[in-house]
Design a binder for this molecule. Structure first.
Ligand SMILES: Nc1ncnc2c1ncn2[C@@H]1O[C@H](COP(=O)(O)OP(=O)(O)O)[C@@H](O)[C@H]1O
Ligand SMILES: [Mg+2]
Length: 475
């Protein structure tokens, strides 16, 4: 029992999640979690209004490995190894008490790691139960789990202190995500209410499906080993379209980029998120892609679900199927990463039209005043005209539609058409610019050729430029 503490890799949120799984299985509608301050360290209480247990059931449930992992489970059973309640609780505390009520009959039992030498489970008598239990359990069925002597949690300091508040806030966020489908009553699930230290958890939808800029791809159902696996990809809105709250919701604490990838649900309860299972190389897909995968619990063994239900491995037979889905997405959103016209190439030794500077974390795009065509205009002998031109450049820069470009580029990259595409129009503009460029080169042909070879957009279209000049007899 003492070694059960180290099973799995629980933290507060995954330990609580394991207990919530049990409450869901017991058909609870409402779960109340509280971290309270006690003289001997923090105490955590998790109360549900589920079906509760009889004394016999409770005593069996308190036993390690109370259920056979190979036994078939009801489809809504989120349990796995018959260890959760014990190992999750003892990963956080030294003293576990369970009080439960079914059909009006109360029973209670406990494990105390400091008094386990004689290998006896504590059975609570009615007085002890009444002294400890939440008053609500005296009126209706349900179960209360009490963690006391929370040595692992005391490491975060006093309840109410900063470290502890951070821990609770983190667990609240995590649970809002892990159980978002239950909290929202989605997919025909019984709607679950969870309150945690007084705040009612709101569902955190990692796909932001309510946002009108989210692109939901069609749902697919893969048949795997006779079991259905639902897969649906979402392309999130570009961050410029998000409010700070939405951005925070999607990025969580780990950041937007870290959270791209697969979101694997087991019976609608999130077990893994933000991984590509090495199916996708970094940068191959947009950071905005997230794919929901829903697996039934009948496939637990194949997915190698870990004891703390916080990890699983992608079955090799499923790899190629998911790879196909990702491949289809790549052609839609991967274009975001293809370079197109208008890219600013720094350090190439070429004179660009657009330039940018990054200062104090700020990025600004501006028109390169060193560009010969621009310089020519700015040096116009008519000073008023030159000034007006300079003002126009400033306005163009100030009003550069950066947000709109970003949005279009992230949602419809294949439709962006800004590069040099039309040959005739390009040469037409080239002819118009030539006198000014020749002037800039001091009328020297050799200098002009060098200028063209090192200045955009002509440098990138060297073949076209050379041919055109040869046709004119200038090369
Ligand atoms: N909140 C609860 N309400 C009713 N029954 C519960 C509750 N928590 C645990 N149980 C019972 O205790 C058993 C053991 O739970 P657990 O150790 O988490 O293992 P598992 O969930 O894998 O069966 C459960 O199968 C369930 O019958
Ligand atoms: Mg369980």
């Amino acid at each position: 029992m003492a070694s059960a503490r180290s099973f799995g890799n629980y933290d507060l949120s995954s330990a609580l999640a394991d207990l919530i799984d049990n409450s869901i299985k017991a058909r609870a509608h409402s779960i109340d979690i509280k971290c309270i301050r006690k003289d001997d360290g923090p105490e955590v209480r998790i109360l549900d209004d589920g079906s509760g247990m009889t004394a016999v059931e409770l005593h069996r449930a308190m036993r390690p490995a109370s259920t056979n992992p190979n036994e078939e489970r009801a489809p809504d059973d989120l349990g796995r190894f018959g260890w959760g309640m014990k190992s999750a609780s003892l990963s956080q505390c030294r003293h576990l008490t369970v009080v439960t009520r079914q059909n009006g009959a109360l029973s209670g039992a406990s494990w105390n790691l400091d008094d386990i030498a004689n290998w006896k489970m504590g059975v609570l008598d009615p007085d002890e139960i009444e002294a400890q239990v939440d008053q609500r359990l005296l009126e209706r069925d349900g179960t209360e789990i009490i963690w006391s002597m929370c040595d692992r949690l005391s490491e975060y300091g006093q309840v109410g202190g900063r470290g502890f508040n951070d821990l609770v806030a983190h667990a609240q966020k995590k649970l809002s995500l892990i159980f978002h489908r239950y909290l929202g009553g989605e997919e025909g699930l019984r709607k679950l209410r969870i309150s945690f230290n007084g705040s009612v958890l709101k569902p955190t939808d990692p796909f932001l499906r309510n946002h009108n800029a989210t692109q939901a791809q069609p749902k697919e159902v893969l048949n795997f080993d006779g079991q259905p696996i639902g897969v649906q990809a979402f392309i999130l809105p570009h961050y410029s379209k998000l409010t700070a709250g939405e951005h925070d919701q999607l990025g969580g604490e780990e950041g937007f980029v870290r959270n791209q990838g697969f979101y694997v649900y087991r019976q609608h309860r999130l077990i893994i998120h933000g991984t590509w299972f090495r199916l996708v190389r970094h940068g191959e897909l947009s950071q905005l892609v997230r794919i929901a995968v829903n697996i039934p619990n009948a496939l637990d063994a194949i997915w190698k679900i870990t004891l703390d239900k916080a990890d699983a491995q992608l079955p090799s037979g499923l790899k190629s199927r998911l790879k196909d889905i990702v491949g289809g997405l790549k052609s839609r959103s991967g274009k975001v990463f293809q370079s197109r016209g208008g890219r600013i190439r720094e350090g190439t030794g070429k004179t660009s039209v657009w330039a940018k500077y990054v200062r104090n974390g700020e990025v600004r795009y501006y028109i390169n005043r060193e560009h010969p065509l621009i310089t020519g205009m700015l040096e116009d002998e008519d000073r008023d005209r030159a000034k007006a031109f300079s003002a126009a450049l400033g306005i163009i820069e100030d009003c550069f539609p950066i947000i709109s470009i970003g949005e279009d580029y992230s949602s419809r990259p294949e439709m962006m058409n800004q590069g040099v595409l039309d040959r005739d129009r390009f040469l037409d503009k080239f002819d118009t610019a030539l006198p000014s460029l020749l002037l800039h080169s001091g009328g020297d042909m050799k200098a002009l050729r060098e200028l063209l070879a090192s200045t955009e957009p002509w440098a990138s279209q060297a073949d076209l430029v050379v041919k055109h000049l040869k046709d004119k007899g200038w090369w």
